[in-house]
Design a protein around this ligand. Structure first.
Ligand code: PMP
Length: 388
């Protein structure tokens, strides 16, 4: 086997999910969108339309860049003057991360990531054998001074400004300006991953980093969280200097993203579909976030737990009191009927063992209330054992 195969690891989350997939366990562990939000009927009609009007082209091999009308629709959706020629349709934004790793990382290349960061990005980068360095982060993500201090040698910084996976945190306007200022001043390329930006609950987040500095950013977007992840449809927007290499990597990876899926999504997107559909997702997820926050306030009172208050997305980050290890707590929690993901694997180096991630989108309000109560009871048990 190649040396890089030894660097590959099973996704810790997928391993945990296997253990926790018992019907009696309420899982707050997965990163799945809620299937209630998938617009099945719109897809049914769109599939039929595509097959009737454009069936043979839809089933043929196609261009690696992606289906023209979808590239145009993506460019039109973005809040800056993006050229459709810079849009590359990918097989999920996860593929975008893989392509970026292939063209930007040599063995030993320093790559900067948030602490903690999206596990799937670490999985995509690791086979290229980078030196992954964690950025100092606060409630708004990467701290600009640290970004500047580590910028010189790095190939790129991978940043998630909106409702980050796993912490749910968001960069404010000032922070975005400061981060872009560092990128412009140091020449540090940014990879901006934004699958959750449309899922805001209170107000839209500030403009993406890429809107402020398109020539220095590769932007990743996805249809997974606003339509359905099973489509495997994402996109990247890249500066002219790197687009051709990303395209060549894409050709080698899978020739092109399924043309049928791309046409179906163009069909679904017609007549402003997302403008009607996305607000329904926001409303559902907002009500579940509210239920989880209320349950946490109630059940965790006095237990020494800290948790974030995400203003969008799918995840909430929690920090347990000193001496309580989230990995150890998981077994007790599963025994009480609730599963979560320990936070440590999301860190590029040694992780904070007291952290964990909760998804608030797939369980119902009633399940969320039961799950948080069960989590609180397992924490009480663990605290008693700690004192005992
Ligand atoms: N980036 C982040 C931050 C994610 O959370 C996910 C999905 N969990 C992805 C990328 C990949 O999404 P997809 O490939 O479905 O577009």
């Amino acid at each position: 086997m190649a040396a890089r195969a030894a660097q590959m690891n099973p996704s810790v989350i997928r391993e945990i999910l296997k253990v926790t997939e018992r019907p009696e366990v309420i899982s707050l562990a997965g990163g799945l969108p809620s299937p209630e939000t998938f617009p099945v009927e719109a897809f049914e009609q769109a599939c039929a339309r595509v097959l009737q009007t454009d069936g043979r082209a839809a089933l043929q091999y196609a261009a690696s860049e992606g289906y023209g009308p979808l590239r145009e629709a993506v460019a039109a959706m973005l809040p800056w003057d993006a050229d459709p020629a810079q849009v590359l349709i990918t097989t999920g934004s996860q593929q975008g991360l893989d392509l970026i790793a292939k063209i930007l990382i040599d063995a030993g290349s320093p790559v900067l990531v948030e602490t903690p960061t999206y596990l799937g990005a670490l999985q995509a980068f690791t086979p290229m054998q980078p030196q992954v360095a964690g950025l100092r982060c606060d409630d708004e993500g990467a701290v600009p001074d640290d970004l500047a201090a580590q910028a010189a040698a790095a190939r790129f910084a991978y940043l998630l400004p909106n409702f980050q996976n796993p912490t749910g945190r968001t960069m404010g306007e000032e922070r975005r300006r400061a981060v872009v200022e560092v990128a412009v001043r140091t020449g540090l390329p940014l990879v901006e991953d934004n699958p959750y930006g449309d899922l805001w609950f209170d107000a839209p987040p500030p403009a993406p980093l890429s809107a402020r500095h398109p020539e220095g950013c590769i932007y990743l977007g996805s249809f997974s969280k606003v339509l359905a992840p099973g489509l495997r449809l994402g996109f990247l927007v890249a500066p002219k200097a790197v687009y051709p290499k990303l395209l060549q990597a894409k050709q080698a990876a899978d020739l092109h993203t399924p043309g049928f899926n791309q046409r179906v999504v163009v069909e679904v997107l017609r007549d402003g579909f997302l403008d009607r559909h996305v607000p329904t997702i926001r409303a559902l997820y907002r009500s579940r976030r509210d239920a989880m926050l209320a349950a946490l306030e109630r059940e965790m009172a006095g237990l020494g737990v800290e948790f974030g208050r995400p203003s969008g997305g799918m995840f909430l980050w929690l920090r347990l009191p000193p001496g309580i290890d989230a990995g150890a707590l998981l077994a007790q929690a599963v025994a009480r009927g609730v599963a979560f993901v320990p936070g440590a694997p999301f860190y590029p180096a040694a992780g904070d063992a007291r952290t964990l991630r909760l998804s608030f989108v797939t369980a119902s309000v009633e399940q969320i209330e039961r799950a948080v109560a069960a989590l609180a009871r397992s924490l009480q048990d663990a605290l008693q054992q700690r004192h005992g």
